[in-house]
Design a protein around this ligand. Sequence first.
Ligand code: G3H
Ligand code: 13P
Ligand code: NA
Ligand code: ZN
Length: 328
Amino acid sequence: ALISLRQLLDHAAEHGYGVPAFNINNMEQIHAIMQAADACDSPVILQASAGARKYAGEPFLRRMVEAAVEMWPHIPICMHQDHGGSPAVCQQSIRSGFTSVMMDGSLKEDMKTPSSYEYNVAVTAKVVEFAHAVGVSVEGELGCLGSLESGQAGEEDGSGAEGVLSHDQLLTDPEQAAQFVAATGVDALAIAIGTSHGAYKFTRKPSGDILAIGRVKEIHERIPNTHLVMHGSSSVPQDWLEIIRENGGAIKETYGVPVEEIQQGIRYGVRKVNIDTDVRLVMTGAIRRLMAKKPDEFDPRKFLAEATKAAKALCQERFEQFGTAGQA
Ligand code: G3H
Ligand code: 13P
Ligand code: NA
Ligand code: ZN
């Protein structure tokens, strides 16, 4: 059944677990996430970006999620819109059946330029007003995602600030977070603690405190009823990078967020953990490996089934690591 983010994360908070929010663009990714959730009895968040809507087309995206609800009626599913750039985008998603939307007002409508606090409050409060009127949850964002190592926002993927950010922009201020929540009424808040989007997060293997995990605790203590969200939470598995490289791929040395840091964040109040890059990497690795092994194969289902299997294993691993397994 479809449920709102508020319902899903209230349960997660009550029972002290986190929920991975995997990005979806096509049938195979939805199959992988749902098969994994079914295998370990987890609730799921299926999140779609504006890019996903453009890729699949709104009717396909909507009906693929409807199909997932029909095929796995016992799994609670939240259909969430990732990084909405304006109230109009959020409005469109609500009309298309999403049970949760993210209004990312930390950036201007171009999704590149950091915005003012006042702009962020105004657009987010507006979305909360029309979303809550129809039972849809809202995620806001305060702060700019970016690496504390470099000040870089990471991949220029249309949902991150451009250029080098200051230390202040890279860390959400707990006091401002409390003001923001009071002024907007958001259900969930994405915070900046040193993560960034994409595969190129850290140039060196992270040792210990690469993220400002202490910040999570401080923010959670100020706004205990607002669920905290960690974007840029892919771990960039080194074994899959090797598989990609061994089979013709060219991905530079790079490191992601260690799972232990995410688990620490969950202990301090993180409830939603956004993952897109890891699914992209394992699917690419699985396809490259099979193509190299069977150069005579030309049935796309063979490659896509292999990619689905690899993505399913990754999703199930995260459900287990974040404590989501057994909570459906
Ligand atoms: O935050 C960005 C997500 O990874 C979605 O990426 O805009 O390429 O679909 P996308
Ligand atoms: P990754 O690029 O680390 O997977 O983060 C995805 C994300 O935050 C989507 O909103
Ligand atoms: Na931001
Ligand atoms: Zn994000």
